[in-house]
Design a protein around this ligand. Structure first.
Ligand SMILES: Nc1ncnc2c1ncn2[C@@H]1O[C@H](COP(=O)(O)OP(=O)(O)OP(=O)(O)O)[C@@H](O)[C@H]1O
Length: 305
C-alpha cells in the first residue's frame, strides 16, 4: 500500500511550517511519500494524484483535511490526519486529539482503518460539519478583518460586525423530503461530528457512524438572543432553547430567497440560495482511534512495510 503525507506549512499559525522539515523526514523514513503544499487547493491536487488504495495523511487543521478529503472522497483511498491546526474538529471526531505529532503520524500511517459516514453538499464532500447562515457569515466577515487582528479578537470583530447588520433570511427546510420548518433562520448546522469552529459542540449528539446527519436549526433569534445563547452553545447546553431544534436524517435541503453563505469543515463554499446535503453511510475510509486498541498506538514499523 502506498502512503502519502501532505503537509500544509501554513496551518497551526506557523507551527506546521516550523515542524515541516522534521515531519517530512519522519514520514520518508517510514516509507511514505511526503509533500509540502504550495498554496490553497494544492492538497486536493496531491490527494487526487495518490494511487487508488493509498493512505493519504493530512498534516494541518480542518482546512487541510477538507482539501485532502476533496481529493479522495468517493475513491478507495483512506484519509489519515495529524492534527496540528488551529481548528481540528475532524480529528476530534475521530478521537485523535492529544497525541504528540510523531505518535499521531505513526498512527495515521500504520493503524488499522475504519469507516465513517461521509457528507456531501452541492457536490462538495464534508467530513465533520456543514454550517449554513450565521456561523458562515462570521467566517466570511473574519476574512475582511484588519490583518493585525488574530485569533479570538478577529473572531469577536467578525461576530459583532455580523450582529450589527443581522437580518434573518426566511429558510425552508426539508428533511428526508418532508418540510420541517419554514420561517426566519439564524443558522442550520448539518453535522457528522459533534463540533465545529475549533470545538464548539453544536451537535453533541452527532455520531459519525450512525448513517445519519445531525441537524440543528437555530430559528428566530434577536441580536440579544444570539449574544445570550453563545455561552450555552460553548457548553453544549443550547438544545433546550425554544428556538433551537435538533433533528436527524439522511437528506437535508434548505432554500432561501437569496444566496446565503455556508462552510464545509470551516471552508467557505460557493454561496448559494439552495443547499442539498446527503450522507453516504460509512462512505469514508479513515484512520481513527476505534479500530486500534484503546489508548494504544501501534509500535514503530521499519521503513517500507
Ligand atoms: N503553502 C500554503 N500557503 C498558504 N496557505 C496554504 C498553503 N497550503 C494550504 N494553505 C491553506 O491554508 C489554510 C488553513 O489550513 P488549516 O485550516 O489546515 O489550518 P488552521 O491552522 O486550522 O487554519 P485556520 O485557523 O486558518 O483554518 C487552508 O485553507 C489551505 O487552503
Amino acid at each position: 500500500m502506498e502512503r502519502w503525507v501532505i503537509v500544509n506549512p501554513a496551518a497551526g499559525r506557523g507551527k506546521v511550517g516550523r515542524l515541516s522539515g522534521a515531519i517530512l523526514k519522519a514520514a520518508r523514513e517510514r516509507g511514505a511519500k511526503a509533500f509540502l503544499t504550495e498554496g490553497p487547493g494544492h492538497a486536493t491536487e496531491l490527494a487526487q494524484k495518490a494511487p487508488e488504495g493509498a493512505r493519504v495523511v493530512a498534516v494541518g487543521g480542518d482546512g487541510t483535511v477538507h482539501e485532502v478529503l476533496r481529493g479522495l472522497a468517493g475513491t478507495e483511498k483512506t484519509l489519515g490526519v495529524v492534527p496540528i491546526g488551529s481548528g481540528n474538529d475532524f480529528a476530534r471526531m475521530l478521537g485523535l486529539l492529544g497525541l504528540p505529532w510523531p505518535k499521531a503520524l505513526e498512527h495515521a500511517l500504520f493503524a488499522p482503518e475504519e469507516a465513517v459516514d461521509l457528507g456531501w453538499v452541492n457536490g462538495e464532500p464534508f467530513g465533520a460539519s456543514l454550517g449554513i447562515g450565521f456561523d458562515a457569515l462570521v467566517a466570511k466577515k473574519a476574512l475582511s478583518a484588519p490583518p493585525f487582528l488574530r485569533g479570538m479578537p478577529r473572531y469577536l470583530y467578525a461576530l459583532f460586525g455580523v450582529l450589527r447588520e443581522l437580518r434573518l433570511p426566511e429558510g425552508r427546510v426539508l428533511l428526508d423530503g418532508a418540510l420541517v420548518y419554514q420561517g426566519p433562520l439564524l443558522l442550520l448546522a448539518v453535522m457528522n461530528g459533534p463540533a465545529y469552529g475549533g470545538g464548539i459542540p453544536i451537535a453533541p449528539m452527532a455520531d459519525p457512524r450512525d448513517g445519519r446527519l445531525s441537524v440543528v436549526l437555530a430559528r428566530r433569534f434577536s441580536r440579544l438572543g444570539v449574544v445570550l445563547i453563545l455561552p450555552r452553545l460553548l457548553l453544549g447546553r443550547h438544545l433546550s432553547h425554544p428556538e433551537v431544534v435538533a433533528l436527524a436524517g439522511r437528506e437535508v435541503a434548505v432554500d432561501f430567497p437569496h444566496p446565503v453563505p455556508a462552510h464545509a469543515d470551516g471552508e467557505l463554499l460557493p454561496e448559494a440560495a439552495s443547499y442539498r446535503a446527503e450522507v453516504v453511510p460509512l462512505g469514508l475510509r479513515v484512520v481513527g482511534r476505534r479500530a486500534s486498541v484503546k489508548g494504544e498506538v501501534p509500535a514503530l514499523r521499519p521503513a517500507g512495510t
